[in-house]
Design a protein around this ligand. Structure first.
Ligand SMILES: [Zn+2]
Length: 235
């Protein structure tokens, strides 16, 4: 599981504890500023301006801060412009949007429309992959949303119609999955080799035992093992 660098809890007014909120996708944002400004802002009571927060804040150099625990609601998107099919029929359990009810909000350091550093996007990809697996969120490009797609007055992390950020994140996720398959295959090859080695060692011990029972000297036993090993293709 990808690890957070810091836990920088949002002010209680910027988060809501609910029972079993459905987790179905991710919303990507940018801060329009540095990571520290978002963490500081989410730590304050916003009073009449209303709550705002996100679950995770990503720094340009790959640092990740958990701001709102994943099973709590964060206030990162009002929505109102569009919603994907998989969000239909979800009923918020409190006074917040359906988007906030069922997504994980990710804030990235920087300004729309980027470019955003590879090290940060790779970290975002790693967390999305791990969180998807941990919470049973389907893996797919369609589960990565932009704030700008959901809410008309926003342009983060890049304007509607652009897909550079989500495609780069999705590519890294796919590459991680490919590498996982390669590592699993290599593990299989190593395990097979070890099994063959165990089998060969067992066979040698049996041959040695049989030769000794026939009263052969150690030199004769060694020669016998070499001869039989060659015949059965064990070395
Ligand atoms: Zn946003």
């Amino acid at each position: 599981m990808a690890k957070v660098s810091y836990y920088m809890p949002a002010h209680p007014s910027n988060r809501a504890l609910v029972a079993n909120r459905p987790l179905l996708g991710f919303v990507l944002h940018d801060i329009e500023g540095p990571a520290a400004s978002a963490i500081s802002w989410f730590g304050q009571d916003h009073g009449a301006r209303g709550p705002s927060s996100a679950h995770l804040v990503f720094g340009a150099h790959g640092m990740v801060s958990l701001v709102v625990p994943i099973d709590e609601v964060a206030f990162h998107t009002i929505g109102g412009l569009w919603e994907p099919d998989w969000m239909h029929g979800i009923a918020p359990q409190g006074n917040w949007s359906v988007v906030n009810e069922c997504t994980i909000g990710l804030e990235m350091e920087g300004y729309s429309p980027g470019p955003y550093p590879d090290v940060m996007l790779a970290k975002v990809a790693e967390f999305i992959l791990d969180l998807s697996r941990a919470y049973g969120i389907p893996l797919g490009l369609d589960r990565l949303l932009y704030h700008s797609e959901l809410q008309g007055d926003r342009k983060d992390p890049e304007p509607r119609g652009r897909t550079t950020v989500k495609r780069r994140v999705w590519e890294v996720m796919q590459r991680i999955m490919e590498l996982e398959v390669e590592v699993a295959n290599l593990n299989g090859v190593v395990k097979d080799a070890l099994r063959q080695k165990d089998f060969a060692n067992g066979l040698k011990r049996e041959m040695e035992h049989a030769a000794r029972q026939r009263g052969l000297t150690q030199a004769e036993i060694d020669a016998f093992i070499v001869k039989v090993s060659k015949e059965v293709g064990v070395s």
